[in-house]
Design a binder for this molecule. Structure first.
Ligand code: SAH
Length: 388
């Protein structure tokens, strides 16, 4: 085996032994002469072999473990991993045609995201190592799926930490920018080139589905984006008010509403914090409220201010709910755990003089697998609560 070697310190070995896939730069002892993005052998100081990893010359995450095996991590190995991820999706996506085919660490392919929107595939290669493997990934996708188009949405800010440019574009096939996919009997148009993330919030697919069982009466959808919750739930509710700050997102949302011939949704371009405060002060009432804000804590240091944000939102939402009403409340901040969120909402419920029952505790959809020994892979929390 002739892959270059990186030597790591005992703390790095402990990380690997604990089942994690990341090794920080401070735990690297020697990476002399290793090219940025190379597949390397990971060794301890006694030259014992611990696995193979992608090396980054810039990120604080210096190594991302690919395998603990010594078999070369070649094209066939990569193809097997993608195939295995796809086979798992066949078991769990239940007919959905837009889903995450490869979820990075969750599929043992760190820093590689592949979202499938029917016959179009959208890629993110978020480390130097995956960037180097991008061409091979494209070839494998062509062989395994013969897709209509493969796009890259490498405009994610995390690429900067790797010293990689933010870029988007066509990698193979026809230049298709929009795809209409049916989900739960509802049609969604995904803008693969300009939409948020790779076009949509696929991680909320199962939560949107679960929410149908509870949504009723007058619904308020906060942080609505292109209407994921609003449109899915509109048929189960008397009326829907959907609030979103981005005019671009609302344009797509209105288009989605037309696609489905739904007439009971009102879209409001506003900041949800301001809207909820005003709605509370005006004494407005709703029967169902959805809160799906962006990540407030992208770093550990912003955890406290994130908790204040979640408290404020959930407090207002609980105050404007009618008795018997449902709150579907989410957090996609890894640094805020489910326990943190429950604690914050309990405090909010006390302040709002509401008694609350936890109906369901949910996470991201199963096509975003949670790797047991990599806590960072469990990032999305979704609680379905009932005000009694
Ligand atoms: N619920 C959506 C995804 C929501 S993502 C779905 O299922 O598809 C979060 C959204 O919140 C983004 O569209 C973002 O533009 C919007 N947003 C961010 N800050 C906001 C704010 N202060 N007020 C209103 N919307 C906001």
């Amino acid at each position: 085996m002739n892959a270059p070697a990186v030597t790591i310190r005992p703390r790095g070995i402990e990380r690997i032994a604990s089942g994690h896939l990341w090794i920080y730069r401070a735990d690297v002892a020697d990476a002399t002469g290793v090219e940025p993005g190379a597949v390397v052998r990971v060794l301890d100081r006694k030259k014992r072999f611990w696995g193979q990893a992608l090396y980054s010359s810039q990120s604080q995450i210096a190594l991302r473990l690919l395998t603990r095996e010594s078999r070369p991590f070649d094209r066939a190995f990569l193809a097997e991993r993608i195939h295995a991820a796809a086979a798992f999706r066949e078991q769990i996506v239940e007919g959905a045609r837009a889903y995450r085919l490869v979820a990075a660490e969750g599929d043992l392919l760190p820093s590689l995201i592949i979202d499938r929107y029917a016959e179009c595939f959208v890629l993110q290669t978020l480390s130097q190592g995956m960037e180097r493997l991008k061409g091979t990934v494209v070839e494998i996708l062509q062989e395994q799926f013969a897709p209509l188009c493969i796009l890259e949405r490498n405009d994610a800010a995390v690429r900067r930490l790797e010293g990689l440019p933010e870029q988007t574009g066509l990698l193979a096939g026809e230049d298709i920018g929009e795809v209409v996919v049916e989900e739960d009997g509802v049609k969604f148009c995904y803008d693969l080139k300009r939409g948020q993330k790779t076009g949509g919030y696929l991680d909320q697919r199962e939560n949107r589905h679960a929410a149908r069982q509870h949504a009723r009466g007058r619904l308020l959808d906060c942080f609505a984006y292109a209407g994921g919750f609003a449109i899915t739930l509109a048929r189960h509710c008397a009326s829907v008010l959907a609030v979103e700050i981005s005019a671009e997102a609302l344009k797509l949302a209105r288009h989605n509403q037309e696609l489905n011939g739904i007439s009971n949704i009102e879209w409001r371009e506003a900041n949800c914090f301001d809207f909820l405060k005003a709605a509370d002060q005006e004494g407005q009432r709703f029967d169902t409220v959805v809160l799906d804000p962006p990540a407030f804590a992208r770093q550990k240091s912003s955890r406290e201010s994130a908790l204040r944000g979640y408290k404020e939102l959930n407090l207002r939402a609980l105050k404007i709910l009618n008795p018997g009403g449902y709150l579907i409340t989410c957090s996609c901040s890894f640094h805020v755990s489910e326990a943190d969120l429950l604690e914050v909402i309990a405090a909010a419920a006390l302040d709002a003089h509401r008694t609350v029952v936890v109906v369901e505790r949910r996470a991201q959809a199963r096509d975003h697998p949670i790797l047991l020994t990599v806590p960072e892979t469990h990032y999305l929390k979704c609680l379905i609560l009932r005000v009694v």
